[in-house]
Design a protein. Structure first.
Length: 177
């Protein structure tokens, strides 16, 4: 099998699952993960950045997201989520710097990294143990001795939430081998 990047919805859902926040409720109405206000003309103003990522709506699986066809979610768009206003028999798959920047700076990812760090802190009291749990939950394996050493230094300097963001942005998390 050729290596392939996770689809946008899978990345989002995997982040929520790992942080323990994913709402697995089946069915129900779609959720608007943006704020909406009247625009100048017919098209309203859609603001994805103003949406409260701590709300229960942000925890729903991606399949339940309300898609505003003419104004896509910039985060999902950066991860090659298909344009909802067009037919997409085959998804595009790219690897760009914009994707890495989105995974490092998007408010949703930043907040979920903080939640991931909170979850891990509740599981292990020591930083070495927390790093091992981060790897187990996110990557399904233990870090090598070299990785553990480098990650420990990184976490001491930048904090556990930033380490979690680093792992979310890793090739091992973003790609299927």
């Amino acid at each position: 099998m050729n290596r392939g990047r996770l689809e946008a919805e899978s990345v989002r859902d995997a982040i929520l699952q790992i942080t323990g926040q994913l709402d697995l409720t089946l069915g129900g109405p779609s959720v608007k993960q943006f704020t909406l206000r009247p625009g100048v003309h017919v098209t309203p103003v859609v603001d994805y950045g103003a949406f409260d990522v701590d709300s229960s709506e942000s925890r729903r699986r991606s399949v339940y997201r309300f898609l505003f066809r003419t104004l896509p979610d910039p985060f999902m768009d950066s991860l090659d989520c298909p344009d909802a206003s067009q037919l997409a028999p085959v998804r595009g798959a790219s690897v760009t710097a914009l994707q890495a920047l989105s995974m490092l700076n998007n408010h949703f990812v930043v907040r979920q990294s903080e939640r991931f760090a909170e979850r891990v802190r509740g599981m292990r009291p020591d930083l070495r143990g927390q790093i091992a749990v981060v790897y187990q939950l996110a990557l399904g394996r233990s870090p090598s001795k070299e990785e553990a050493r480098d990650l420990l230094a990184y976490a001491k300097k930048h904090g556990l939430p930033n380490l979690c963001r680093l792992v979310f942005n890793s090739n091992e998390f973003m790609f299927l081998n």
